[in-house]
Design a protein around this ligand. Structure first.
Ligand code: APR
Length: 321
């Protein structure tokens, strides 16, 4: 199974990994690759990867450039256009929410490009602040709710799984985990859903260690920003988004923590928030309501309140644009 065309908006760090991996995995017959950066970042990266394709025995067909027309006909679009978090000269690290002012303007032009060249595409957005940028795309494009989602929960759950696997001394393949809510420092690792080899995580990891792991998970993006010094995580977000894309392309009915539009689920209406969802050829086929304990419900409500605040800012900014 494959699709005819995969569109990638943004050819920076995440976009480059997306292009290389999508080509290697033969996810689409053709890839549309767009970035505004001169002289022609997208075309240059695409050429580099295409020249390596014979070595990995794959054929690559692509349209790359600075204009949105290279996306024409894309069935799935992954959006990474936007500035990432970067460590400031004084050593502090901005929050994802602090990127909104810049990234909302970029997102507006991204939405216009999608509208013009691939209005029916299923969209997976990665740019930050994640939940608010997905909300912005929704406000401008008004797509069917199954066709728009954000990638964050799969990355955050992956971070949680990695830390638990290290602590428990087992393979990451044995660890199942779920991190829900907004993609900010108040995201909610759901301990009651974490399993190691099918057994409750508490059997393998002490309560104290779990608390430390959950705190580290919430700040894991910042940890990478601090260590790299320039830019933010890019391989793990790309892989996480491709996991979502594969669930759609291969019609997998796979449950993935997805930033999806809620219409009453978890007591939330009209916001995009990280929740478990079934992904298949239709995109977000169904949101699943996990059974949360009262502390988890309270933490989720706090995280959702943060998302609501940022989306209120989006509403105000869109009025002035
Ligand atoms: N249209 C297309 N591309 C754009 C636009 C635009 N209007 N504005 C900026 N870009 C491009 C930049 O030229 C840059 O190449 O988006 C790219 C972003 O790449 P990086 O700066 O390398 O950032 P990356 O690490 O890929 O992260 C992208 O995802 O995880 C989030 O916080 C992260 O918001 C950031 C986004």
């Amino acid at each position: 199974m494959t699709i005819n065309k995969l569109g990638l908006i943004g050819g920076g760090n995440i976009g480059g990994v997306l292009f290389a991996e999508a080509a290697k995995r033969r996810l689409a017959k053709r890839i549309g690759f767009m970035d505004i950066k001169p002289p022609d970042l997208a075309k240059g990266k695409a050429l580099d990867i295409a020249e390596g394709a014979p070595t990995i025995s794959t054929d690559i067909h692509y349209d790359a450039g600075k204009e949105f027309n290279v996306l024409e006909g894309s069935e799935i679009v992954i959006n990474t256009a936007g500035v990432p978090r970067t460590k400031r000269p004084d050593g502090t690290i901005p929050t994802r929410e602090e990127l909104l002012q810049t990234n909302i303007k970029i997102t507006k032009s991204v939405a216009e490009g999608i509208q013009k060249y691939c209005p029916d595409a299923t969209i997976i957005s990665i740019a930050n602040p994640l939940d608010a940028i997905v909300y912005t795309l929704y406000k401008i494009l008004q797509p069917p709710k199954n066709k728009l989602m954000g990638m964050a929960g799969q990355l955050d759950s992956g971070r949680y799984r990695y830390f638990v696997a290290q602590e428990a001394g087992v393979s990451v393949e044995n660890v199942e985990a779920l991190v829900l809510g907004g993609h900010g420092d108040n995201m909610v690792p759901i301990r009651s859903c974490c399993r190691v080899g099918g057994m409750p995580v508490e059997k393998f990891v002490s309560k104290e260690a779990l608390e430390a792991i959950e705190t580290r998970t919430r700040k894991a993006g910042g940890e990478v920003v601090g260590l790299m010094g320039i830019g933010s995580a890019f391989v793990s977000p790309a892989w996480a988004a491709l996991d979502m894309a594969e669930a759609i392309i291969y019609d997998k009915n796979k449950i993935i923590a997805t930033c999806a539009l809620l219409e009453g689920e978890y007591g939330v209406n009209g916001l995009f928030v990280g929740v478990p969802a079934i992904l298949n050829k239709d995109g977000v086929a169904k949101v699943i309501e996990a059974d949360l304990n009262s502390a988890e419900k309270e933490a989720l409500a706090k995280s959702v309140a943060g998302v609501r605040n940022t989306c209120d800012e989006v509403e105000a900014m869109l009025k002035t644009m």
